[in-house]
Write a protein that binds this ligand. Sequence first.
Ligand SMILES: [Zn+2]
Ligand SMILES: [Zn+2]
Length: 177
Amino acid sequence: MQRQWLVTLQKLPATGRQWDKDIPKTLLEDQACGTVDVLPGLCGDLHWQLTLERNGGVFSLRGQWSGAMKRSCGRCNAQFDWQMSGETDRVYQFGIEPSDEESGSTCEYIMPPGEINLVDVLREDVWLAWKAGVICSETCKGLCQGCGANLNKVACQCKQEESDHPFAALRGLKLDG
Ligand SMILES: [Zn+2]
Ligand SMILES: [Zn+2]
């Protein structure tokens, strides 16, 4: 574990801290680092701009991250680099969560000295931004339902064959007429 990604809230300088860094892919994929599930198939490092500030007893961790992940297109199955980005927005406080805390509170309670693993925070944020069924492009034509051809690459012959079929004309007939 690289200490540089661990922050201790109690040691935070009055001016807070700022980061504008690439978080290495190797670290985000390293199971020995942190407790949140590692990120699979990253194309490279993730970029993260982050600030940590203290206001009274409340610590805010805010920023933006971006990067890309290898995904399979939900339409054509081809692998592509899924461009992703998102926000980090967390609030920490020392202590134990009060039992009467309204549900939906976004504050996380942490025991002093308040050690936070930023690699875990980023992994969590990326998992929250993960979407099922992503597509390689808005204009992806997908696979032909008939022959499975990738219509982005080839023009399939299915439709033509269908209209040549001797029974194709029957489809237009009304049987109860
Ligand atoms: Zn596609
Ligand atoms: Zn086809």
